[in-house]
Write a protein that binds this ligand. Sequence first.
Ligand code: G
Ligand code: G
Ligand code: MN
Ligand code: NA
Length: 254
Amino acid sequence: ATIEGQLRKALDREELILNYQPIVDSTGRVSAAEALIRWIHPVHGFISPAKFIPIAEETGLIIKIGEWVLRTACIQHKQWIDSKRLPPFDLSVNVSLRQFLNQDFVEMVDRILAETRFDPERLVLEITEGYVNKNVEYGNHVLNQLKNRGIRIAIDDFGTGYSSLSRLKTLPIHVLKIDRSFIRYVQNDSANASIVEAVVHIGKSMNLKVMSEGVETIEELQFLKSVNCHQYQGYLISPPLPAAEFEARFQEFS
Ligand code: G
Ligand code: G
Ligand code: MN
Ligand code: NA
């Protein structure tokens, strides 16, 4: 069967799972968890989302998968906070451009929030810069609807797209996630250091939180702290974890 056919069935066969990666603030406290999808194929084993998300986008399957991701993450997060009594933290969920531009997107988000009784103020949706150049007016309309509900928006992989700063300034967004390519060796790489410092300054002047993704070494973390980046995520802090492991290790971070 084609990978598309198998992906179509993967949802029903419960081959898709979510991992959760902690995001910490400058004190090391967990301020959020990013939900990340994984496909555990019965024959081929682990398949990276980098491989199957593009296929899901091309085929439109991302609409169904994206809804499943949001529902599953909201249910899990609610269970952690309400039943397991973990201290409160935000939930970050990735949204593909195709999902975001789907005409039913906001309605779907409303439905899942209602169904799971999830507090919109705890939800962060991660989108990439792509939309800023395509369908700007429609995209702004969607962002404003989300904002009106108290949902926050993070720009994922920031710095790798083409958003102009003048436009960025006008967007109803809350967080810039600096792409991990700029974090690598930031303590020795003067170009990366300049970029990171500039993004932190831009974020401050626009009243946005600045997050670094892909932090892998203590030297990178020290540099990021020295320039007052707000939040950190990466293998140094923790890799993405299955839900049970995230829960078990949570106490270490908090
Ligand atoms: O977790 P990993 O680094 O393997 O993810 C690879 C890519 O897949 C990243 O760009 C990430 O944003 C994307 N991705 C992971 N989970 C999801 C998801 O639930 N929805 C969407 N749209 N993309 C995801
Ligand atoms: O594009 P996005 O930022 O959503 O991608 C998230 C993915 O990045 C996660 O699926 C995770 O597997 C990966 N990731 C998380 N931390 C690190 C890290 O420290 N280094 C690298 N190379 N990848 C990471
Ligand atoms: Mn992301
Ligand atoms: Na990213």
